[in-house]
Design a protein around this ligand. Sequence first.
Ligand code: FAD
Length: 458
Amino acid sequence: MHVSVVLFTSDLRLHDHPPLRAALEAADAVVPLFVRDRAVEAAGFVTPNRSAFLADCLADLDASLRERGGRLVVRSGDLVEQVCRAVAEADADEVHMAAAHSAFATRREERLRRALESDGRRLFVHDAVTVAVPPGEVTPSSSDHFAVFTPYYRQWARFRLRTAVTAPRRVPVPDQVTSEPLPARADVTGVSPALPPGGESEGRRRMAAYWRHGLDTYEDLRDDLAADATSRLSAHLHFGTLSPVQLVHGARRRGGAGAEALVRQLAWRDFHRQVLAARPQSAHADYRTKRDRWRTERTARDDIEAWREGRTGYPVIDAAMRQLRHEGWMHNRARLLTASFLAKTLYVDWRIGAAHFLHWLVDGDIANNQLNWQWTAGTGTDTRPNRVLNPVIQAKIYDRDGTYVRRWVPELKGVDAPAVHEPWRLPGESRAALDYPDPIVDLSEGRERFSRARDRQE
Ligand code: FAD
């Protein structure tokens, strides 16, 4: 009997899964394997919110495999060792997995390839599983990647996507390969109270609901903070419980301005991945440095703490930071505002903000998080790196009647717009009655003051 191993990583689904399809075609049975990689844990990437979501994903994947006559095999430890062990136990000929794009994942993949080949087995790495258009497929004539989104998008939009593959009807799994118990969401502590459920079934339900009730209004409402009208599919894309290829096909089939706008956002996801694949160090180092001399934990401790806890005195910033902790998710416009406030107004190192986001975000993702932070901090791919988003002006546009702020900042629940965005302007008595802090920084000085102060110190 021929056996293949399918290694699941950031692709925790059965629908549109080319590695699983190829493994089934090559063998009589497959070992659907997920390894809880010790190195990922050691890197601090396994946070409560993502662990809880992951537990849901694995439980759902196991249930779907059981409906097809199989089951999921979960192991913990060094990924390469665990895959080789499963391969030996099943006497498998080949391993199939999705291509990944970070430096860590690429090194791990290489190590796995060498280990398998030294034992006479083969590794097949499949593209376009975790992205719609793989890094390197769309490039400018003069470089290995695009550094600006608009020309990238023009080519990306013309790229011929592969057709989606259906979920298999049967997945036979050999008996001799045993699994550890699956992790349970209930065992994870420190999870955000309103963290959404994970898993492919939930992702597909959410996607179908969005096609019916969200897509048509996406373009008009996507920046409206209170409307909460975006797809909220980001965690499903991060864990691969939904296929980006299928999402793009699905949106294009439906058509219209909303679909076009959503597809453009999905292209941003691929854009950041092709930057990260070409410049792996951009996960930590400035992509285009301006030689900033950032404030740090040591020089800006109180401001950083106020930002993290949502008590900066700027209501829209505080609302967003509290949403992040409560849901493990934050609206895109709010991510832009809070990141700009930290990096541009408070002039704090973008890596400090990115680390806080990575801790809480259920969709926390090296490519999207680090490169969006760099975009906002002016060290990344923004063609206007000096733009500063003013949280009061932006709040008056994107939370016009103050509903978003009042939802997350109960201290301001009795205050109408526009005063709710500038409570310090309320007359003395009304202001004094609010248990809400004064702004920690004057917007008109912000970055200038901090950078001059640092200059003077040196
Ligand atoms: P929708 O508006 O419904 O968009 C659909 C999908 O398109 C998203 O799920 C996402 O996969 C992709 N997308 C949308 N906007 C972007 C974008 N700007 N860049 C890349 N992909 C995008 N997204 C993450 O998935 N993980 C992160 O860790 C992350 N960190 C961010 C940090 C900052 C400072 C900023 C400004 C943005 C960050 N984003 C991140 C991008 C974006 O904010 C989220 O993808 C989006 O808010 C998720 O909500 P949604 O699924 O409802 O998005």
